[in-house]
Each structure stands twice: as C-alpha cells, then as structure tokens.
Design a protein around this ligand. Structure first.
Ligand code: 13P
Length: 252
C-alpha cells in the first residue's frame, strides 16, 4: 500500500526568515521541476509573518505554503495568537501542530494538540501532527509507548489521508545532526501505522507518516527510503533552496 501514498517533503522554517527570504522560496519554486513535482508534494512552512507573501509568490506553482501552529478557536480575545481560519485566509494549505518545540516551550499537551488539529480541519487545512520521544525516553526503552500515547492523544477522530499527516520527530535528533538508524525509524513508523490502523481502519493505509530530525541532503535518501516513511519534515536544511531540493530529489 506504501506505493499509493504520495510522498511529502515539508520544510519547517521555525523562527527564521524575513521578507527578503521570498528570494529563497523563489529558488525552490523554480528548482522544483515537473518530473519531481509529478511524483511528490512540496510544502514550505515559514513563520506566520511571511505566509501571505510566500503564498502569493507560490500561487500557480507546485509548492504549497503552510503554517507552524494555530490556536484552537476561530477568533476571540487571545492576544498574539492566530486562528487556523486566519492562516487559511493568508494562503496556508496546511499547519504543523504539536511540534516538540511547542510541546516543550509552551507546555502543549496532547489534548491541546488534538484541539489544534480539529481547528485545522475546521478551516480546511491539512494538519501535520508531530510526535517523538526525548533522549531520556529512548534510553529508558519507552520510545514506542511514548509515541503511541502521543498519537492516541493528539490525533482527533475523523482523521483521514486527506486531512492528516503524522510526523515522527525524535526530539534528540532535532537540530543535533544525530539521526536514528534506518531500522529504528522503520520500527517506530511501523508502530505509528498500526496505531493509526486501530484508530482509523482502512484510512490508515493511505495516511502519510513523515520522518523529521536532522534530515540533510547526505542522509535523505537513506532515511526517506526507510520502511513506511512517506517523506520528511525538514528544519535547518529547508532554509536553503538548494539543500531542500536535494532532499526532495531523494524521490527522483
Ligand atoms: P532539523 O531538520 O533542523 O533537525 O529540524 C527538524 C524539525 O524539527 C522539523 O520540524
């Protein structure tokens, strides 16, 4: 069934980028050639300040623009927050929810992540739900249990391949240059797939599960072809069009 899933390579720019960065996006758009675009989806998630401008630049291209977080509510007295509807209005097609940096920096619980995913759907956005264990959890042999629990708590009922992408991002691999072995990635992705199947039935077979954490041009081919991996969520290496496109080219 893996062949039925269209790979997704997504860039998470995190808190990086200025209006001048539209030039880097333009390079990504221009370098994403028809052959590759026929095979995979490419998504760039800049900081919220750049969504509208990036979406404008990407209009009519094969590159989609996404956001990095949203508030569960559609509007109201929530100073500094952005609703999924606002992100959609700015031109986003997707939103990352439950990234480990938000779980850690902002104390986001599984229940909150789940509410954010539901908000994404309410606004017509694809929800990219992130899960992943810390180093301590891995060393304690709790990786599979932690990931299964996060998934159970963070993925709302009603998920399907058109509205949900799961990203497995081991916290200790993010921004460190460290990566799990291919067999470790395959093992966790296998558990995610089984958990999704228990929850969603047949829809699980079509739902994409990405790997994220120190994906670089040098390791992309190996990691992206690990068992049951349907693409990548790329941090640092997505900031440079050349590197981002080299990662996407793992599917060439
Ligand atoms: P790096 O690719 O910089 O390790 O970040 C991964 C990540 O957190 C993507 O969401």
């Amino acid at each position: 069934m893996a062949g039925a899933r269209r790979p997704l390579v997504a860039g998470n720019w995190k808190m990086n980028g200025f209006r001048s960065s539209v030039a880097e996006l333009a390079k990504t758009i221009e370098g994403f050639d028809g052959a590759l675009a026929g095979r995979i989806d490419l998504l760039v998630c800049p900081p919220a300040t750049l969504i509208a401008e990036f979406a404008e630049r990407a209009r009519g291209s094969k590159v989609a623009i996404g956001a990095q977080d949203c508030h569960p509510k559609p509007s109201g007295a929530h100073t500094g927050d952005l609703s999924a509807e606002m992100l959609r209005d700015a031109g986003a097609a997707a939103v990352i929810v439950g990234h480990s940096e938000r779980r850690a920096d902002h104390g986001e619980s599984n229940a909150l992540v789940r509410a954010k995913a539901e908000a994404a759907w309410r606004a017509g956005l694809l929800a990219i739900v992130c899960v992943g264990e810390t180093r301590a959890e891995r060393e304690a042999g709790r990786t599979l249990a932690v990931v299964a629990e996060q998934l159970k708590g963070s993925v709302p009922d009603g998920a399907n391949p058109a509205n949900l992408v799961v990203a497995y991002e081991p916290v200790w691999a993010i921004g460190t240059g460290l990566t799990p072995t291919v067999s470790d990635v395959a093992e966790v992705h296998g558990v995610i797939r089984r958990e999704l199947a228990a929850r969603l039935g047949e829809a699980a077979a079509g739902t994409r599960v990405l790997y994220g954490g120190s994906v670089k041009p040098e390791n992309a081919r190996e990691l992206l072809h690990a068992g049951d991996v349907d693409g990548a969520l790329v941090g640092g290496a997505s900031l440079k069009a050349e590197d981002f496109l080299k990662i996407a080219a793992a599917y060439r």
